[in-house]
Design a protein around this ligand. Structure first.
Ligand code: ADP
Ligand code: GN1
Ligand code: MG
Length: 365
């Protein structure tokens, strides 16, 4: 079904004017729709969810429904504007949070949060520091949320050991005959196998807590107010589920501290910006306040390396499997992405002591 038909199922206000593809996500198909409400323009976000990535969409939408309700209550209590500071679902005409079309697709809609910017690269240390604060506040805000109410939308999503097993299986199967051409990248991953159980083992023995986390905290999943340049709303709540704070911190660093786009082909342009790392760490530790444990603080730098490594390994796995998971625009797109991640891993390994020093400087726990 095309978005033009799907939109008819939702209780949008006004007369439809126009719509089209929107944003830069790798997973869902996102559309922005414009409506005319008594002469003024109102926009909505409509998304065709990725049913291959998310096997249980009713569970996913249940998670998003209860989390956005919880966040909206919190925002109201502190005198904020829930329509701007969290996602608001637009229901279908029959009151459901999503529409399952006869052709087997799943659609949902949100209020469009206007006058915001989405960055694909951190443009300034100040804005990135504020992004850190917002993610810290977001995790701290979910501290009181009962994790058992949430389904595990993608089992073992950030279980790096499991990701490693899937990577080795993809190398062994070599479905597309691509393994020989990426021998260097495969060797890079294998040389770091011992990274994979460092966080999972701490979660298993309870030395770091299992929390409710976002799990996909890249910079383009946060909306920044166009006027104040304050990070106002964390979006893309598909992967909210139990996880480690290190996943959220690390994934944000992975994406935001790079000097180039995730799919930059010229690796000489891809570097790790330690100034941005300092800004983000400062903001994050401020935002999360006393909710972080000393052990988590000690592991922030390693967590950043781990998440970057894991993401590179996922891109490489997808390349070996024939690009079945992430959206790609050309043949080697996933390979190119994996190389930027591995370059960043090497850069971070070189400055690990400095990164640890930064966490020590701004620590609150
Ligand atoms: P994906 O899972 O594919 O990354 P997202 O939910 O992150 O999908 O949406 C893709 C993009 O759409 C975001 O990066 C952002 O630019 C835009 N977007 C999503 N929701 C909203 C919203 N409520 N208001 C404004 N822009 C949004
Ligand atoms: C995907 O949905 P999006 O584009 O924000 C992916 C993340 C990866 C990221 C890499 C559900 O995020 O895990 O880190 O691409 N989301 C899912 O850019 O797999
Ligand atoms: Mg996204």
């Amino acid at each position: 079904m095309e978005f033009e038909q799907a939109k008819e199922k939702f209780a949008f206000t006004g007369e439809y004017v126009e719509g089209g593809p929107y944003g830069d996500g790798h997973i869902n198909d996102t559309f922005a729709l414009v409506y005319n409400v008594g002469g003024s323009r109102r926009r909505y976000i409509l998304q065709r969810m990725n049913k291959h990535v998310f096997p249980d969409i009713p569970m996913l939408m249940h998670n998003i429904g209860i989390v956005t309700e919880y966040l909206a209550e919190q925002i109201k209590k502190r005198g904020g504007d829930p329509l701007r500071e969290t996602l608001t679902l637009v229901r279908t005409h029959d009151g459901k949070s999503f529409y399952a079309s006869p052709d087997g697709e799943f659609w949902r809609a949100f209020v469009f949060i206007e006058n915001t910017i989405v960055y694909q690269l951190a443009e300034s240390a100040d804005v990135f520091e504020d992004t850190g604060r917002a993610f810290g506040v977001f995790i701290a805000g979910l501290d009181g949320f009962d994790a058992s109410r949430l389904g595990e939308v993608i089992p073992k999503f950030h279980n790096t050991e499991d990701r490693y097993r899937k990577f080795e299986a993809a190398v062994a199967a070599d479905k597309k005959g691509r393994a020989a051409s990426v021998a260097d990248e495969i060797a890079f991953v294998r040389a770091r196998k011992d990274y994979c159980d460092k966080v999972t083992s701490c979660l298993a023995d309870g030395s770091i807590p299992l929390r409710v986390t976002h799990n996909d905290t890249k910079l383009n999943n946060i909306l920044v107010d166009a006027d104040t340049k304050k990070a106002i709303c964390v979006i893309d709540l598909d992967t909210i589920m139990p996880g480690s704070l290190l996943y959220d911190f690390g994934d944000a660093v992975r994406f935001g501290c790079s000097t180039a786009m995730e799919d930059e082909q010229d690796l000489s342009k891809v570097n790790f910006d330690i100034g941005l790392y300092e800004a983000f760490t400062k903001g994050f530790l401020y935002g999360i306040g006393d909710r972080i444990t000393p052990k988590e603080t000690d592991m922030l730098a390693f967590g950043s390396i781990l998440m970057t490594f894991e993401c590179g390994m996922r891109f490489l796995t997808d390349y070996l499997e024939g690009d079945v998971y992430f959206k790609t625009k050309y043949d080697t797109h996933n390979l190119v992405r994996s190389r930027t991640q591995f370059k960043l891993v090497s850069c971070m390994e070189n400055v690990l002591d400095e990164m640890n020093g930064i966490a020590a400087r701004y620590r609150r726990a």
